[in-house]
Every structure is written in structure tokens, then in C-alpha cells.
Design a protein around this ligand. Structure first.
Ligand code: DC
Length: 217
């Protein structure tokens, strides 16, 4: 069973994906980490984004969400830096990058029996055949509040700055020409503004149970 969880930043995708995968005993693919890893690799090696350089990437090794290697080079310490927030969103508009990430993810999951795939286009593009496509959303102020609470202990930033960053990334992710962030027509849409992660997981588990009863899964 493939479950995709897409949505903009700050909607709780990573937490919900992790908790759901634990409940179902499935592995999780955090696709944003692939974009972050490629951005960090380019930055670390001082490389410009060029098709031949992206094509030379043969491995993105996600050991865990804090330990990642690209072509054997450790890029972990950069992954959550604000410039990688910006750069990953920026490079994600290029077809060669999107195809590379899709190829790496597809190769990785070839032998999986079940999967939770999290990102922006997991349901709309990469796993069009997914059994359940979840789209998480939340109001902009709430998403900014969540990110602010996560970030404030790590860097000196105001709520307004976080809000502006999220707004800019929303625009970039939704307006790009290839695989923009979009709600798949067959998605299970959840507004998480007033929900805890556990409640969201519960709603998804209930949805899976309903689909099983209706023999859709
Ligand atoms: O989920 P995240 O914040 O780690 O993702 C970082 C960036 O990567 C995001 O701003 C856009 C890009 N991304 C994407 O284009 N498609 C995905 N499936 C996942 C992430």
C-alpha cells in the first residue's frame, strides 16, 4: 500500500508521516530531504546547477533525517539551514532535478511492500498510482507559528520573518511550471489548523479502514 502525504511547509507532513509509518510499520520517504541534499551538495562543492552535474549524482543516501550523503559526501550539517530552505525550493523548479529525485526515490522503493511518501508532488506526480493520497493544509499564520516555535531556539528570527519565508516558499512551490504543489483531485484533504498530529494520524487511519471496508484497498 502506498500512501502519499503532500502539502505546504508547516502543515505537519513530516510528523504525521513518521507517526503514521510507525503505526503501519512502513518505511517513510521524505522527498524534501532529497531536494535539500542536492542543494547542500551543490553549495558544499561550490557547483552551479547544471544538467551534467545533476546527472552525475548517482546516490543520495538517507541514513536518517539528520544524516545524508550525496555521492558519498556528507551534507548532513547543512540540510536545515535557511539558505537550503531557499535553495532546495529554487532548484526544485528544474526538470533535471525533479527527474533525478523521482528516479532516486523510485529506485529506493522498488522492493518495498508498503510506503508513506511525503512531499509536494508525491500523489500528483511521483506515485500517481498511490492507494491513498493525503493533502495536508493549515492557515498561513498557524504554519508560521509552528515553524517559528521550531526555529526560534536554533536561530535568531522573528515570527514575521518566518511568515515571510513560508509565504515566499509557498509561492515558489505552487507556481513552478513542473510538478507544482497542487491538491490531487482524488486527495483526502485535511485542514490541520486546529488539529494535533495524533488527531491527523487518526483521521488517516480511519480513512484507510473505510477504504478497506469498501474494498478499495
Ligand atoms: O519538505 P521540505 O521543506 O524539506 O522541502 C524542501 C523543498 O524541496 C521545498 O520547498 C520544495 C522542494 N520539494 C519539492 O519540490 N517536491 C517535493 N516532493 C518535496 C520537496
Amino acid at each position: 500500500m502506498i500512501i502519499t502525504i503532500d502539502g505546504p511547509a508547516g502543515t505537519g507532513k513530516s510528523t504525521v508521516s513518521r507517526l503514521l509509518a510507525e503505526r503501519l510499520n512502513y518505511p517513510v520517504i521524505y522527498s524534501g530531504l532529497y531536494y535539500r541534499a542536492i542543494a547542500a551538495y551543490l553549495l558544499q562543492k561550490e557547483l552551479l546547477i547544471k544538467a551534467e552535474i545533476i546527472k552525475e549524482i548517482t546516490s543520495v543516501e538517507i541514513i536518517n533525517d539528520k544524516e545524508v550523503k550525496v555521492n558519498g559526501i556528507d551534507v548532513s550539517f547543512q540540510l536545515r539551514r535557511p539558505e537550503i530552505d531557499r535553495m532546495s525550493s529554487n532548484i526544485s523548479q528544474f526538470l533535471v532535478v525533479r527527474e533525478k529525485v523521482s528516479e532516486l526515490i523510485k529506485k529506493k522503493v522498488e522492493n518495498y511492500n508498503g510506503l508513506v511518501a511525503e512531499g509536494r508532488d508525491m500523489g500528483s506526480t511521483v506515485f500517481k498510482e498511490a492507494d491513498l493520497k493525503v493533502y495536508l493544509d493549515a492557515s498561513l499564520p498557524e504554519r508560521a507559528r509552528r515553524r517559528y516555535l521550531e526555529d526560534v531556539s536554533k536561530r535568531n528570527i522573528s515570527y514575521d520573518e518566518v511568515l515571510a519565508e513560508i509565504q515566499r516558499r509557498d509561492e515558489e512551490d505552487s507556481r513552478r511550471k513542473i510538478s507544482p504543489l497542487t491538491i490531487p483531485p482524488d486527495a483526502f484533504y485535511i485542514d490541520t489548523t486546529e488539529m494535533e498530529a495524533n488527531q491527523v494520524v487518526k483521521a488517516i487511519i480511519n480513512k484507510i479502514a473505510q477504504l478497506k471496508v469498501r474494498n478499495v484497498l
